[in-house]
Design a protein around this ligand. Sequence first.
Ligand code: F0G
Length: 483
Amino acid sequence: MADKNAFPTYRGDMEYFCLGCGARYDTTELHYTCPDCGGVFLLQDKNFDALRETSGEEWREIFDTRAGSKNDPLRGIFRFYELMAPVMDDKDIVFLGEGNTPIVQSSPQLSAELDGQKLAFKNDGQNPSASFKDRGMACAFSFLNYLIRTQGADDILAVCASTGDTSAAAALYASYASDKIKSAVLLPQGKVTPQQLAQPLGSGATVLEIPGVFDDCMKVVEHLADNYQVALLNSKNAWRILGQESYAFELAQWYDWDLEGKAVFVPVGNAGNITAIMSGFLKMYDLGIITALPRIFGVQSHHADPVYRYYAEAPEKRKYAPVEVEPSVAQAAMIGNPVSFPRVRYFAEKFEAIAGEGSFQVVQVSEQDIIEGMLLANRHGHISCTQGGECLAGLVKARQLGLISADETAILDATAHMLKFIGFQNMYYENTYPAEYGITPKPELANMPELVIDAESKEKLSAQDYTVACASSIVEKLGLKHR
Ligand code: F0G
C-alpha cells in the first residue's frame, strides 16, 4: 500500500523540445522560445519510459492514495508529480491551495432546459486567485524555487502580459514564493476587469499598463524576455503548461479514470489551457492510466477566433492567420494571435490519431450567446465566468450542429470565478453595452435591486413605523400571506 504522505522518489530528466525545428535543449537554463528558430517549446521527460514499469492500475492507486495526503507539496497539483515536472524536491513546491477544484453536476432543471443534455462544470474559479492560472503558476514558481536552490539564482524579476488572470496568479505566487522573486505585470489599459486589476495591486506587484490589447502587451514582454534578464511567466513558459495539465488529471480521477462518453469544453484564448489539457489526457492514455480519451471541444467568440477559423477549413486548405480582435465579454480570451497555436496543432493531431475524427473540434459562438450562457448557468446555481458561459454556449452550438448527443457528458471549464467578470453581467442588466459588443439584452433577464422605501419617507416615520412600513411594502411586493 502506497504511503499517502511520501514524496515521490522518481526524478525525470526534462528537456525542451522545439515544435518549430525539432531542436532539443536541456533545462539548466530557462528558455521560452527556440534560440534557433523562435518556435515554441514543449517540455518532455527523457525518462518517461521508466514510468511504464508501473502499470496503469498501479498509477491509479498511487494517485487515489495521494488524494488523501496531508503533506502540503502533494495536496495540490503535485499529487500527479511524476506526470508533470518531476525535477523539484518537496521543499521547492509552492502550495497555496490550488487544484482539486470541484466538478459540479448541473441541476436537472438546467439539463432539461438544454434538451436533456448531461453536463457538469469544473469550477476552476475556485482556485486561490480565482482562475485556472494558479495551476500553471504553482508549477512555474516551484521551478523558480528549484533554480534558486540548485543554481543560486537570486533577484529574479518575473514578468507577464495578461488579460487579467495570469497577472493575478503571477503576482499572488510571487508574493508568497520567495523574497528573491519580484513580479511585474503588463496589462492592456482598460481591458481587464476592476477585480482583476485589484489583484496584483493587492499582492504588491508592479502593475504597468499600455494602450492596446493583450497581443500588444505580449509583444512587449517577448521583447523584454529576448533582451533582458527577466523570467517570463506567460504560457510561452512551458513549465506553466505542465502545471495546467493537472486539470486533465483531476478530471480523469474524478470520473474514476473512465472517460468514455465524456466531452471536455475549453474556452480558447492564448491556447495554453487547451494545449495542457490535451497533453495531460494523452500522457495518461500513454501510460494506461485511462483507456479512452474524452472528446475535446475548443470554444471561441466570433470576436477572437483564429483557432476556430483554422479548423473550419478542410485539412488541406488550413492556413493559420492571426485576427484583429473586437471587444468581447469573454475578455480573458480576447486574443487574436495565440502563442500556443503550434502546440494545439501538435496535440490535436495526436488526439485524432488515437481517438479518430471528431475527437478534437473547435466551435464558434456569438457574444450574445456567451453572456447569456453565463447568466443561464448562474441562474441554476453555478458560479461561471464569461469564459465558462462561452463553454455553455459552445455546448449548445455543438448540439445544434449535431456534433454531440444528449447522453454524452459535457464537462465545461468555468475557468474563473463569476465575480471577476461580474461587470459584464451588470452591463447586460443595465443595458449599457457599447455597440461594438453586438449584444442586445433581453429585458426579461435583467435583475435589479428594488428600493423598498425612499429616504424621504423614512425621515417622516418613527423607528417603529419605519420597520412596519418597510415590511408592508415587502409583503405587497412579494405577495406574502399571513401565518
Ligand atoms: N479563461 C480565463 C478566465 C482566462 O483568464 C483565459 C486566459 C482563458 C480562459 C483562455 O485560456 O489563454 O490558455 O487559451 N487568460 C490569459 C491571461 C491570457 O492573461 O490571464 P488560454
